[in-house]
Design a protein around this ligand. Structure first.
Ligand code: PNS
Length: 159
């Protein structure tokens, strides 16, 4: 594949995300990590913070580019001249939402296909929401997120 987009909120990035990024980067010449910047969501981290965290944790993967996008994912894909979207599937509970999103995107732009990677089993339970919940109550998040971002996450909760 010439290029692919791995989109998400990444609020914050988890080890599950990094696992998908590493595996996808091995499948394509260029992987664009697209960080959603839509005003309807109120994330814990600003889009700049999320982009910087992702740039930091992917700095050793040469074919990864991290950028934010606003609006529709298919428009971002068109702007980047990219025809492949990559999403991770953790469990059957993800499936309905992911299927609807992939189908909607294909109706909106039939040139774009979505490829699903199954999340590695050791991260199947993991989500950004779980990380935030654990960090909020001073739980140990070292098994959930890359080392480089641990302090930044705790600092959001005044620790
Ligand atoms: O990490 P997330 O929050 O599960 O990622 C969801 C994301 C960013 C991929 C999705 O919300 C998205 O693509 N939003 C952009 C708006 C869009 O294109 N919506 C149409 C698809 S239903």
């Amino acid at each position: 594949m010439k290029s692919a987009i791995y989109p998400g909120s990444f609020d914050p990035v988890t080890l599950g995300h990094v696992d998908i990024i590493k595996r996808s980067a091995g499948l394509t010449d260029k992987l664009i990590v697209g960080v959603l910047n839509n005003s309807t969501k109120t994330p814990l981290f600003s889009v700049e913070e999320r982009v910087n965290m992702l740039k930091n944790v992917t700095r050793k993967i040469p074919n990864v580019e991290v950028v934010s996008f606003t609006g529709l994912l298919v428009d971002f894909a068109k702007e980047k001249d990219c025809h492949v979207i990559i999403r991770g599937l953790r469990a059957v509970t993800d499936f309905e939402y992911e299927l609807a999103m992939a189908q909607t995107n294909r109706v909106a732009n039939p040139d774009v296909d979505t490829i699903f990677l199954t999340t590695s089993l050791k991260y199947a339970y993991l989500s950004s929401s779980i990380v935030k919940e654990m960090a909020q109550y001073n739980g140990d998040i070292s098994k959930f997120v890359p080392e480089e971002v641990i302090e930044q996450i705790y600092s959001k909760y005044g620790r």
